[in-house]
Design a protein around this ligand. Structure first.
Ligand code: SAM
Ligand code: MD0
Ligand code: SF4
Length: 352
């Protein structure tokens, strides 16, 4: 067995002590990031979707799904609230809503409005879009493109992401890197995936050169084909976070509030995560993707999670520190020849 395969396997099957692994993961995180963590605001602005992912509440044929498409004014208002709360980035997420998917300039316009209102870096999570649209989104101000494969075991992928091409999803991430966007990759666990499947996914998720890598535990959703699966504890997710920290030491790794809410934050940070994601403004009417409780009482807002960080000896990084990470991650791609400097820094190169 190859060394990384063997060591990731021994972490996930718990043949090594998990507390030792979490401690090692925290040490590796500290070497790369000190005691600073980042915070992302989540703006799920349209929950309409033409896809039928079997794990997702928002699949097109779930008649009971919470559906809305917020106006541009509303999206900007919510983004401003998030910015005021102190997040480092705004994640603009939607289902594959035909209103935007087939009129990409509408989404580009939204990106530009949010960028100019908040001046924060923007992540976009629009699902699969035409490759040309990615350029439009980058020009409008997007820095990150999030697109999760969920699993790298193809036969399982087809069951999770029904009627969605596996290779096209990978290729779009490669295209995103080529044009100078940063990519977030993600794995879903807790739906019956075995240790070997999870190991395979962790190893393969690095191949599209993501700068952020995540794992989320599947939360069963009423009205979907996977609704009667037994909900799993966070144990596997925590082991996967630690394994990802050891394998991808300098990458960003989310502790998502969307699985267990704030009560699951400490475990995820203890396992080596360094970005708090899915922060949502209270009373905004916005939803999470996987779980929909504890939002309106402010449980998923930055003021409420700050004390948890303090207790753990962690602190929120400055905005300039976060933006320096982005610059370094972009330069790494130039360095490895994935993107030309001309494409990334046209003004600078032209002036030379
Ligand atoms: N529609 C876009 C897409 O699917 O790429 C953007 C939404 S994306 C951010 C939704 C992600 O949330 C999925 O890729 C999946 O990883 C996660 N997710 C969705 N339903 C979930 C569930 N029931 N439990 C846990 N995670 C879930
Ligand atoms: C999260 N609910 O961070 C969000 C979402 C999409 N880029 C992120 C899954 O958990
Ligand atoms: Fe749509 Fe994304 Fe949900 Fe799949 S995961 S059904 S693409 S919103």
């Amino acid at each position: 067995m190859d060394a990384s395969l063997e060591s990731i396997y021994s972490i996930l099957d718990q043949s090594v002590d998990k507390e030792d692994i979490f401690a090692k993961a925290r040490q590796v995180r500290a070497e790369h990031f000190g005691n600073e963590v980042f915070a992302y605001g989540f703006n799920y602005f349209s929950t309409y979707c033409l896809n039928r992912c079997s794990f997702c509440h928002y699949r097109s044929d779930n008649k009971d799904a919470v559906r809305y498409r917020n106006s541009a004014e509303q999206v900007v208002e919510d983004a401003k609230l998030l910015a005021e709360s102190g997040v480092h980035l705004i994640d603009l997420t939607m289902g594959e809503d035909p209103y935007y998917k087939f009129q990409p300039e509408r989404f580009a316009d939204l990106i530009a409005k949010v960028r100019s209102a908040t001046e924060l870096p923007i992540m976009i999570s629009p699902g699969v879009v035409a490759p040309e649209s990615l350029r439009l989104f980058k020009q409008a101000g997007a820095v990150w493109f999030a697109l999760y494969q969920e699993t790298f075991v193809k036969s399982f992928y087809e069951r999770l992401r029904v009627n969605q091409d596996f290779d096209a999803r990978i290729k779009l991430k490669e295209e995103a890197i080529r044009i100078g966007l940063l990519v977030e990759e993600g794995i879903l666990t807790g739906w019956g995936d075995g240790v070997a499947d999870a190991v395979e996914s962790i190893l393969q998720m690095g191949k599209t050169q993501p700068s952020q890598v995540r794992v989320m535990t599947f939360v069963p959703q009423k009205g979907t084909p996977m609704e009667s699966l037994e909900p799993q504890s966070n144990e596997r997710e925590l082991l996967m976070i630690a394994a990802m920290r050891l394998l991808y030491p300098s990458k960003l790794i989310p502790a998502s509030l969307d699985v267990e809410g704030p009560k699951g934050l400490e475990d995820r940070l203890n396992a080596g995560a360094n970005v708090i994601t899915s922060l949502i403004p209270p009373e905004s009417g916005l939803v999470g993707v996987a779980s929909r409780s504890d939002i309106d009482d402010g449980g998923r807002s930055l003021p409420q999670v700050r004390p948890i960080l303090e207790r753990m000896g962690l602190k929120l990084a400055s905005q300039s520190c976060y933006e320096a990470y982005i610059e370094a991650a972009l330069e790494e791609h130039v360095y490895f020849g994935r993107t030309s400097a001309q494409e990334l820094f046209p003004t600078y190169v032209a002036a030379e």
